[in-house]
Design a protein around this ligand. Structure first.
Ligand code: ATP
Ligand code: MG
Length: 444
């Protein structure tokens, strides 16, 4: 009985059933009137019409009430998922009015949602210390360091944003909210806090740093001993050869250890850059003279195509780190070349952007097309080079890419197998384009 009552109470309260209740009263009223004015068959006709219409109206109302209850349940369920997500969620409509923000987003941005919900967000918010972070997430161009992780125009758009103060690393995916006809109604951003993940990655690299350091010290002693022995005049030729093999092997081991050390320091975000302004033309001249000896050994000619006007091009750089990157690029162009081949370094100021482009073109063995996507990843070495060139860790380009990115630049390669390769390096001539802190680019 109770159940029936509570069901009737629920129908009574449901706005979708209002039509039925009206009809019920109107129907009863018409039946009462019918009792007085309709006779015989007409009374029953009236009765049947009221009954059938009542059943139809009740069923329609009941169905609508059920659907609305389900929709409300679905909405509340979604709300509860959104509010319990560990990733931050912020949504805004076409007018840039913030419509939703969950607890995780409040925590990441360190604000209360009441402060922003229903407000129109604009780039000016970037000037308010309290709202700066949310403004930089909604307008990533305001953020100090942004790395795009998806192609332009493809949704969801993914970017990594790094903040210096506080030291936070976020991955933000932006997707469109579309209507039934595909029209854009607004946007939703999912903000993932990667600060802890990055700290973990750093501590993993720390192990390699320590191990490489420990290996370097005794190896230096071994090299020193071998060098001393090799300088002894009275050695017979067999011993001399043994010592020289030992020296060359220890040299290779040292290079592997240095590469591992550099990679792990980069991944810990503490490669330690020291920037200063330098003329990139003079800088490249020096880098080229550094590979002269090895070019001679491989029978490869070096050419430098410098800018016509002879005016210096000032770039803010860490010369020792950038030197490391360029000497690997030049080393590759020489080593993966053919006898009597050439390497041409060209430098040009870009006309449409504040960047300088350095291209290194060789006439060497080239890179297989299917390997191109792996070129800048850790430990990649092409099958077409490992037969002739057994040395090499495959870390050179990974390190070079990270160093160039740290300078606010970019690197690309194009290659034709057995014809040659060109590596293009872009470096900003405007120091404002250099990221304010070391970020880990990894292999993505
Ligand atoms: P190292 O760590 O000593 O530099 P590596 O030269 O093998 O070793 P990377 O400089 O990272 O490592 O280059 C990775 C791979 O990319 C090379 O092994 C080679 O297969 C390919 N590669 C790079 N530059 C060229 C080039 N100019 N021509 C042909 N292949 C190249
Ligand atoms: Mg190399």
């Amino acid at each position: 009985m109770n159940k029936i009552f509570s069901q009737i109470k629920e129908w009574w309260r449901s706005p979708q059933m209002t039509g039925f209740w009206f009809f019920l009263f109107a129907g009863i009223f018409s039946l009462v009137i019918g009792l007085r004015y309709f006779y015989g068959i007409w009374f029953w006709v009236n009765f049947v019409i009221v009954l059938i219409s009542g059943v139809f109206i009740f069923r329609a109302g009941h169905r609508a009430a059920r659907e609305s209850r389900l929709a409300a349940f679905g909405y509340r369920r979604l709300q509860s998922i959104v509010s319990n997500l560990s990733d931050g969620i912020v949504s805004y409509d076409n007018n840039m009015e913030i419509t939703e923000m969950n607890a995780a987003a409040e925590q990441i941005f360190n604000i209360e949602k009441e402060l922003v919900i229903g407000k129109r967000i604009s780039p000016e918010w970037g000037g308010d210390p309290k709202l700066k972070m949310i403004a930089q997430v909604i307008f990533p161009s305001l953020a100090p360091t942004v790395i795009k992780r998806s192609d332009p125009g493809v949704y969801p758009q993914v970017v990594d944003i790094s903040f210096v103060e506080p030291d936070i690393d976020l991955r933000v995916s932006t997707d469109r909210i579309t209507g039934e006809k595909g029209e854009v109604l607004g946007f939703v951003k999912v903000v993932h806090d990667r600060t802890r993940e990055i700290k973990l990655l750093r501590s993993k690299s720390e192990f390699i740093t320590v191990a490489a350091h420990q290996l370097r010290t005794p190896l230096t002693a071994v090299r020193w001993a071998l060098e001393n022995i090799s300088s002894v005049k009275e050695l017979d030729s067999a011993t001399k050869e043994l010592v020289s093999t030992g020296l060359s092997a220890s040299g290779k081991l040292m290079k592997i250890i240095e590469d591992l050390l550099n990679t792990s320091k980069i991944e810990e975000g503490r490669f330690g850059y020291e920037f200063r302004d330098m003329d990139i033309v003079a800088f490249l001249e020096e880098a080229l003279s550094g590979v002269q000896a090895i070019a001679k050994e491989y029978g490869v000619n070096l050419y430098f195509d410098r800018p016509a006007n002879g005016v210096p091009i000032i770039v803010r750089m860490d010369p020792s780190r950038l030197g490391m990157a360029f000497s690997n690029l030049l080393d590759n162009a020489v080593k993966y070349n053919v006898k009597n081949g050439s390497v041409t370094v060209k430098i040009e100021r870009m006309t449409d952007r504040p960047y300088v482009e350095v291209s290194i073109t060789d006439t060497g063995v080239g890179i297989p097309a299917e390997d191109m996507p792996k070129l800048f990843s850790k430990f990649y070495r092409g099958a077409n080079v490992t037969r002739d060139e057994t040395d090499g860790t495959g870390l050179g380009l990974y390190i070079a890419k990270n160093i160039i990115f740290r300078h606010g630049g970019g690197i690309q390669a194009e290659s034709v197998l057995n014809r040659g390769t060109t590596v293009h390096v872009f470096l900003p001539t405007d120091p404002k384009l250099i990221p304010p802190k070391e970020i880990i680019y990894g292999e993505e």
